[in-house]
Design a protein around this ligand. Structure first.
Ligand SMILES: C[S@@+](CC[C@H](N)C(=O)[O-])C[C@H]1O[C@@H](n2cnc3c(N)ncnc32)[C@H](O)[C@@H]1O
Length: 525
């Protein structure tokens, strides 16, 4: 055997002390280009579904059987349903094979105990903690994995300081009792494990980023945060991949983002401090408010008199508005006014989180009006992009397809490239997919969005875009990428049939690409 062949292939990643963050972190063991896989796991150590998702999602393969907005789950096989476990009456499975796999992974040791509390709603972190304890008690988690899990920060001192520790102790007591592990683990140990879950869990997601619950894995949970991350998490059922968002050199730390990194500096810092107990010093945060996330369209001092007066009124009624760490700008009169306006817009966005789409649309439109009329907001400054995202979702739910379309085009042209420069950025890919599916739907209704527009061709153009990008964002083997590819083939054949030849089709595509750009002015802001 040659010398080279004898040398072991270098591991693509390793754990080590982080230079910039509290505790340990994950590092690149080799050089990566953007869009490559760093880690691929068959499943995380533990995943626990949200209460709502327990009703409609397989607790083993996480296939979500509920209908959702247009085309976002095309990769789910039609007719998929879930059946309740006859024992615990809590978990549901899509097949006997999934039930058996979960049973052998540890459910057999908790099913009976869970039956006695089948009428109780149990939070996902408690259910997850119970499963971990039961599996360890029955030797279904090995020593190395268990030790690695213990290495994760518990942040107990921080929970004591923020007053949440008594609640954690209470939940830990319930966890011990429901899992019948009181004789195996001390109550301090269980409280620490519960705290560890709270401060380390990642979000369990579908390939289209719908949140399903939480997951814990000793390797994945060692990834630290950056508001300018070089990696992201992608899932396909229980399979998890960590993929690079940009070129990453050997020995560079791998960062994902725990939050929406497109928010302004104060909001990001506030969220990270409150939930994960650290002051972020990532490359973006080091630039403070000197980044595009904090760019106003006009200087706060140039705000018009009417809006200055309105902000002063709000500040008289609630002086804390400007000192709220999430909205803080600076202590000048103009800074306080702008912070008050910002607080009001974010508050309107919170109010829009309601189940009634018509009501949500009203809140969102008044927030967008406030942003536009004040002249302060750029189209890419939050919460304008988040308001638009929610407007699209609610407009779809309310059957206002033309409104949803107008905002999809605006987002596609003016927001996505600015917030997510990589064409394979997963958020950009999923939102383009949502737009493509809407275009297809509009084509099927025959609604003429604008004279000369052929929605079927535009849908084809968008599906083609997603088809190319998904190979990198999700990887070619992901169920989402495969569904997109199938859809692309289907649409291409259809359009080719309609135009008769590739040349005629290519000309039509070029013309419709122009039309798509022209539709960017369907909404002004
Ligand atoms: C999911 S864990 C990551 C692993 C952690 N470093 C450890 O060794 O347990 C999240 C915790 O890591 C630390 N952390 C993550 N990102 C950080 C950052 N950008 N700056 C400082 N600390 C960070 C914080 O203590 C946070 O609560």
């Amino acid at each position: 055997m040659s010398q080279e062949a004898k040398q072991a292939k270098p591991s693509p990643y390793y754990l080590a002390r982080s230079k910039n963050c509290i505790g340990d972190g994950l590092f690149a063991g080799v050089n990566f280009k953007g869009g490559e896989t760093i880690i691929a796991l068959k499943r995380p150590l533990l995943a626990s579904l949200e209460s709502e998702r327990l009703k409609d999602t397989c607790a083993n393969c996480f296939v979500w059987t509920e209908e959702s907005s247009i085309g976002s789950r095309l990769y789910v096989k039609e007719g998929t349903t879930v059946q309740t476990c006859a024992g615990c009456k809590r978990f549901r499975y899509c097949s006997k094979a999934c039930q058996k796999a979960a049973w052998n992974r540890g459910h057999k040791h908790e099913c009976k105990n869970l039956r006695s509390v089948s009428d109780k709603e149990i939070p996902k972190a408690v259910l997850g903690c119970m499963e971990l304890l039961v599996r360890r008690k029955h030797k279904l988690i090995d020593d190395d994995t268990w030790v690695m899990l213990q290495a994760l920060e518990t942040h107990i001192d921080d929970f004591v300081q923020n007053g949440k520790y008594p609640g954690i102790e209470l939940m830990a007591m319930g966890t011990s009792q429901f899992s019948a592990t009181q004789n195996t683990f001390t109550k301090e140990f269980v409280a620490a494990m519960y705290a560890r879950i709270l401060s380390n869990a990642l979000t369990l997601i579908t390939p289209t980023f719908d949140p399903l619950g939480i997951m814990i894995d000793p390797l994945l949970c060692h990834m630290n945060h950056s508001c300018d991350p070089n990696a992201y998490v992608i899932m396909d059922g229980p399979q998890v991949q960590i993929r690079t968002l940009k070129d990453t050199k050997k020995d560079e730390e791998i960062y994902i983002s725990y939050i929406d990194p497109t928010n302004p500096f104060a909001r990001r810092q506030n969220e990270l401090r409150a939930r994960w107990f650290f002051a972020c010093k990532c490359s973006k945060c080091q630039n403070g408010t000197e980044t595009q996330e904090d760019e106003w369209a006009i200087a706060p001092k140039d705000l018009n008199a009417g809006f200055k007066k309105m902000a002063d009124m709000w500040l008289d009624a609630n002086p804390d508005l400007a000192s709220d760490p999430a909205n803080y700008v600076d202590d000048s009169t103009d800074g306080r006014r702008v912070a008050a306006l910002q607080g009001e817009v974010f508050k309107l966005h919170e109010d829009a989180q309601t189940a009634d789409p018509e009501e949500a649309i009203r809140h969102i439109e008044s927030a967008l009006d406030l942003c536009r009329q004040s002249g302060l907001w750029r189209i890419h400054r939050q919460p304008v992009p988040a308001l638009r995202d929610d407007l699209i979702v609610n407009a779809l739910a309310a059957g206002k397809y033309e409104l949803a379309w107008a905002h999809c085009v605006k987002r596609h042209q003016s927001v996505l490239p600015k917030l997510y420069p990589q064409p394979y950025h997963p958020v950009r890919v999923i939102q383009t997919w949502q737009m493509a599916m809407l275009a297809q739907y509009l084509a099927s209704t025959g609604i003429e969005v604008k004279p000369g527009v052929d929605m079927a061709v535009i849908a084809g153009v968008l599906i083609n875009m997603v088809n190319e990008a998904a190979k990198t964002s999700h990887g070619p083997e992901n169920a989402f990428s495969k569904s997109v590819q199938e859809k692309f083939k289907e649409v291409e054949t259809e359009i080719l049939g309609k135009f008769g030849s590739r040349d005629v089709m290519d000309n039509a595509v070029k013309m419709q690409e122009k039309k798509l750009i022209e539709m960017g002015d369907l909404v002004e802001f």
